[in-house]
Write a protein that binds this ligand. Structure first.
Ligand code: PGA
Length: 251
């Protein structure tokens, strides 16, 4: 059985001191369960303090990292900087990075490779725009993201990867994929991983759903066979909502 993951993505929200309070409230509100991992991906300037203040039951993650190891890359943060402050998990390829910061598949593949080679756990995001969905090309679009961003990895590296399917049309829009739409895509993603890496690896990789997950819809989405939890944006900024979503993953 795959252990579920509920990962909060705070994006560019909260000041560092607000982040400390929010993490404390989340830690107070969530009921621990051995079958669910809880992750909070916070802004970079929060990470050091949050890593120091977190309890062992909540993993603190970065929302991005550089594909380069060090050097003249003004404004960037390397994986060794992250691991030096005990941050060993990073989100790569979020649609906001792809769309707003022009991260193409080559950049994302390079980031995945660098992070994986340096021992990080990676949450790799994929997902299609509304235009692609309406044209009926969503499955092939996500396949090509997997081919470009993931399938260069050797099988022994896949244990460091969690996938997150986030249809762009559902992110921050209040519009959620239906549980069946999520399940269809998750099953598709898993079948692509079967083709490339075989059934054992495909059955063990976690695939999270992201896009307007909230307490009201989490349980129904997480109940689907190939949905192993969620990547939660807006609702992770409210400790009660986030705790309720974690609770939904326990069921
Ligand atoms: P949302 O964001 O839950 O606010 O839709 C999800 C995400 O972008 O990871």
């Amino acid at each position: 059985m795959r252990k579920s993951i509920v990962a909060g993505n705070w994006k560019m929200n909260t000041t560092p001191s607000e982040g400390i309070d929010l993490l404390a409230n989340i830690a107070r509100n969530i009921k621990q369960n051995v079958n669910t991992e809880v992750i909070i991906a916070a802004p970079l300037v929060h990470l050091n303090a949050l890593a120091d203040s977190t309890t062992s039951s909540i993993t603190i993650a970065a929302q991005n990292c550089s594909q380069h190891l060090s050097g003249a890359y003004t404004g960037e943060v390397s994986v060794s900087m992250l691991s030096d402050i005990q941050i060993n998990t990073v989100i790569i390829g979020h649609s906001e990075r792809r769309m707003l910061f022009s991260e193409n598949n080559d950049i994302i593949r390079a980031k995945v490779n660098t992070a994986i080679e340096h021992g990080m756990q990676v949450i790799l995001c994929c997902g299609e725009s509304l235009e692609v969905r309406e044209a009926g090309n969503h499955a092939s679009f996500v396949t090509s993201q997997l081919e470009e961003n993931l399938f260069q990895l050797t099988p022994d590296r896949l244990s460091q990867v969690t996938l997150a399917y986030e249809p762009i049309w559902a992110i921050g829009t209040g519009k959620t994929a239906t549980p069946d739409q999520a399940q269809d895509m998750h099953a598709h993603i898993r079948s692509e991983v079967v083709k490339k890496y075989g059934n054992d690896i495909a059955q063990s990789i976690r695939i999270l759903y992201g896009g307007s997950v909230k307490p009201a819809n989490a349980e129904e989405i997480f109940a689907k066979q190939d949905v192993d939890g969620g990547l939660v944006g807006g609702a992770s900024l409210d400790a009660d909502s986030f705790a309720a979503i974690v609770e939904a993953a326990h069921k």
